[in-house]
Design a protein around this ligand. Structure first.
Ligand code: PFF
Length: 449
């Protein structure tokens, strides 16, 4: 007898879990540091354009593939278009997920270190400049970094043993709303700091001189990273969606909430950066230097800090769960592995990438690829190569190769909803805009343009 596939209990649960996948360190850690590196306003504008013109359509293309078949990318392509080579892009998704989740878990380890320190009352009480030294000395210590990273992965896989509905859905339903509330409190606090408007100016004043190619590529990669696109994550999640959920509405809700969290994080970070006279382009360590300074001047700072890192931990784990689910579902569906076996194999592979990345700032700091240490290299190729390539594949596949009828049936829930404006928009973006934009980026990498 065919084993019944697990599913989400409610539509809210499915959307919350997808928001849980989208909202994570990408929004709160990566978006601010990338915006800071790339000069602020213009980067954010390009980012928003990428979300609307590429992100939402590609998210829809993943939903169409996943929900029409209730299968992972490979199984879905085999069912929808037998013999099509697009099925091989499933492997890009699986490899991309292993690499991304590997280095991402290292930052989750940093979050646990900060959570531990704030809960034990040791995080705050230093001069603003000292927070940078404290962070550098922490990431330079191999045992602590590896310990927290591995601990994080153990927790991640423990939640996954409970399956989609019980594990993922429950965690996402409770923690996401709380995170929003806390971010809003922090925004108000940052805006009240002296000189905070300089930070708002940095965030929202568009100045293209500071952007350049690098900024545009980063913004596109970041949109894909933040919306969890291109590594078949949302194909995997939507394969568990119910047949009557309104896909376009869900895609807009997920992207809207995700973007809101990213912008709110910017409003927490940059007013404080400028108010305390710090450097906006500090790179991956940005939030770990700034946040303690922000919490420090809030009454009850230690409690706020602890609460924040708890929520950040949950936001991260709902993202790593979705990343881990990609190889797991793939192995279960395609290779008929038991869920436990697939989970163990995924855990071993991810831990290997994670440990190597965790050592990038200490024992392995001399190992560089294209001039970047292993962590920075993965933080670059994950979003800017694997996700863009996967996104290109799903866009071209759904835009050009999938029967119109399949797309129409998914967008209208078999004729029950109208897709008069939505369908032409999605198809236009998938056929032309997304492929052209991504191919231009790849040509740029090769130095042709
Ligand atoms: N979107 C997540 C974040 O912004 O933190 C990261 C992520 C999750 C990327 C799942 C890719 C993915 F498949």
């Amino acid at each position: 007898m065919k084993e019944k596939r697990l599913g989400f209990a409610t539509r809210m649960g499915a959307v919350a879990a997808s928001v849980g996948s989208a909202v994570g360190l990408g929004n709160i850690w990566r978006f601010p540091y990338q915006a800071g590196d790339n000069g602020g306003g213009a980067y954010i504008l390009v980012y928003l354009i990428c979300v609307i013109l590429l992100g939402i359509p590609i998210m829809m293309s993943e939903f169409v593939i996943g929900r029409s078949t209730h299968k992972n990318m490979k199984g879905a392509v085999e069912q929808l278009t037998p013999g099509s080579p697009f099925k091989y892009f499933a492997y890009i998704g699986v490899i991309g997920a292993l690499l991304i989740c590997g280095y991402y878990s290292v930052v989750c380890g940093w979050v646990i270190e900060y959570l531990w320190n704030s809960a034990s009352g040791n995080l705050l009480g230093h001069d603003p400049e000292q927070y940078s030294q404290i962070f550098n000395s922490f990431i330079g210590s191999p045992d602590r970094c590896v310990l927290w990273t591995v601990l994080f992965l153990v927790l991640n896989f423990l939640v996954l043993t409970r399956g989609i509905e019980k594990g993922v859905e429950r965690v996402a339903n409770i923690m996401m709303p709380l995170l929003f509330v806390l971010l809003i409190v922090f925004c108000v606090n940052s805006l009240l700091l002296p000189g905070s408007m300089k930070g708002m100016d940095f965030l929202f004043n568009v100045n293209f001189d500071k952007l350049g190619w690098k900024g545009a590529v980063d913004a596109m990669g970041q949109a894909f990273m933040s919306l969890s696109l291109g590594v078949t994550c949302l194909i995997t999640y939507s394969s568990y969606f119910k047949d009557d959920s309104p896909l376009m509405k869900d895609a807009v809700t997920i992207s809207g909430l995700d973007t809101l969290v990213a912008i709110l994080s910017g409003i927490v970070i940059f007013p404080a950066v400028f108010s305390f006279g710090m450097e906006p382009g500090a790179g991956p360590k940005l939030i770990f230097e700034i946040l303690p300074t922000i919490f420090q001047q809030m009454p009850g700072g230690t409690i706020w800090a602890t609460l924040f890192f708890v929520l950040l931990f949950f936001a991260s784990i709902t993202s790593t769960i979705s990343l881990s689910e990609i190889p797991i579902t793939f192995m279960v569906d395609e290779y008929k592995f038991s869920r436990v076996k697939a989970l163990l194999l995924t855990a071993v592979l991810m831990s290997a990438v994670a440990v190597v990345s965790a050592l990038s700032f200490s024992s392995l700091s001399d190992v560089t690829i294209i001039g970047k240490n292993i962590f920075d290299f993965l933080d670059f190729v994950g979003p800017n190569f694997f996700m863009l390539l996967g996104g290109l594949a799903t866009a071209v596949y759904v835009g050009w190769f999938l029967k119109k009828e399949v797309v129409h049936n998914q967008l209208t829930n078999y004729g029950k909803r109208s897709s008069r404006f939505v369908q032409p928009y999605i198809i236009f973006c998938l056929r032309y805009l997304a492929p052209i934009a991504i191919v231009i980026i790849f040509l740029h990498y090769t130095g042709i343009i």
